[in-house]
Design a protein around this ligand. Structure first.
Ligand code: ZN
Length: 78
């Protein structure tokens, strides 16, 4: 599953600052000045913060994909 510090794999929580809601969305992103093009960083978002977080990434051109958590498969999962 996702490797997110401070959260249990079985109940991932939103990545928004101070939010403890269950994550519903996975935001896959890449910062071209830090990461190789195929690299994907992920943020988790609850329903409330999906727009806020995707907007934050989108305005910087980092956002690659928004996927429901239930459909997300980490690229390096076994
Ligand atoms: Zn949230």
């Amino acid at each position: 599953m996702l490797n997110v510090p401070g959260s249990e794999p079985s109940s991932p929580i939103c990545s928004a600052k101070g939010c403890r809601a269950d994550a519903v969305w996975v935001l896959a992103w890449n910062n071209p000045s830090l990461h190789t093009p195929e690299r994907r960083k992920t943020w988790l978002a609850c329903e409330e913060h999906r727009e806020h977080l995707s907007g934050f990434l989108g305005v910087r051109g980092f956002l690659k994909d928004v996927v429901p958590l239930s459909e997300w498969e980490a690229p390096d999962a076994p």
